[in-house]
Write a protein that binds this ligand. Sequence first.
Ligand code: SPV
Ligand code: MG
Length: 432
Amino acid sequence: MKTVYVCFCTDVIHDGHLNIIEHAKQHGKVVVGCLSDKEMIRCTKFPTTSEEERMELYRSIDGVDEVVLQDNMLYDDIINKLHPDFIVHGDNWKDGPEKTIRTHVEKLLAEYGGEIIDVPYTYNENVKKVDDRLREKLSMPEYRRKRLRQLIDMTPIVKTMEAHSGITGLIVEKTVVESEDGKLDQFDAMWVSSLCDSTAKGKPDIELVDMTSRLNTINDIMEVTTKPIILDGDTGGLTEHFVYNVRTLERMGVSAVIIEDKTGLKKNSLFGTEVIQTQDSIENFSAKIAAGKKAQLSDDFMIIARIESLILERGMDDALERAFAFTAAGADGIMIHSRKKDPAEIFEFCDKFREKDKKTPIVVVPTSFNQVTEEELASHGVNIVIYANQLMRAAFPVMKSTAEDILRAHRAKEVDSRLMPFKDIIRLIDEI
Ligand code: SPV
Ligand code: MG
């Protein structure tokens, strides 16, 4: 009896999956692999059911003889263990990002004479409906909100990219690449930066763009994406206002708000001591955190305390004292910021914090110490890395030079080669 292997990475079974099993059955004993959470997050959609529930679901399909866990999206573990004679997959993996996985599998099978069977992908109304439903489910507040905490537990480091509009949200949502280890990779979460949200509106980053406007930006992003959102909440404003905003944010499905321990007119941290900035007292800021936590209704929402001691050159001891005080006041995480060119002080903070606190998530924003890798940060106990402004900063110079070149040429032909083709825009934006 030959062994036929099929990998599933879905929470819902539709006609397409059943069709694959039908094909697989004809070639021998059918073993279905359930792609592990960790790998599913990196290459496809976020799971809305547990590994155990998915395995149970696959076991219930007629024609499935055995279900195993697959812990490597490239199939190495499965191929080494099972030596399947055939691997059956929808032929959609012949193109697009998944092509790299198919090439890898083909190479592994060739070593012992195994074969790939590509089954024509099932495109019909039912399959589309199931896929759409799953996407919609992921965008619902209760799913989106808890996803950040789930990611902290499931991934070595939560890779977060800034989004300040629907279109930048779509880029964070949909960008998938083949990474160095040959696997696919994508961003886990989105940061709605005060700097980028303000800049997109042509305004300075001084809490001038009010919460109503920030909520509109979040809503634009939420309309077209499913990934979790971390809001840059500036100072959190007055405690009396912050408590209302916490309720609004959690109701919308935002996963976390990060508030910084500054008071008075807030200026961007990257100015450091070049401008006047006042740090809040430990007592006041702790009281703001505690009030926010008391107001919160769901268990999932996170209030993360951002410490500005290193930015304002108040020293490591002050940063650590604040970190422990804010955690004691109820903060669900600590963001430590620095504008040094190298990450030494960030590493020192993380190491010292982790000596006493092994669990509270640490967030960092490597804008100025940008040589640091995600792996290095994770090895110092960092849980969330935020690329806080790169999409905005990438777009601006190109838009400016395009405007200048059209002005100079008195026509648009000269800039055409650098523009995105219309059909790519259509592909990026889904139609219902
Ligand atoms: C932001 O993105 O608005 C931030 C991070 O607050 S920083 O600009 O580095 O202060
Ligand atoms: Mg900010």
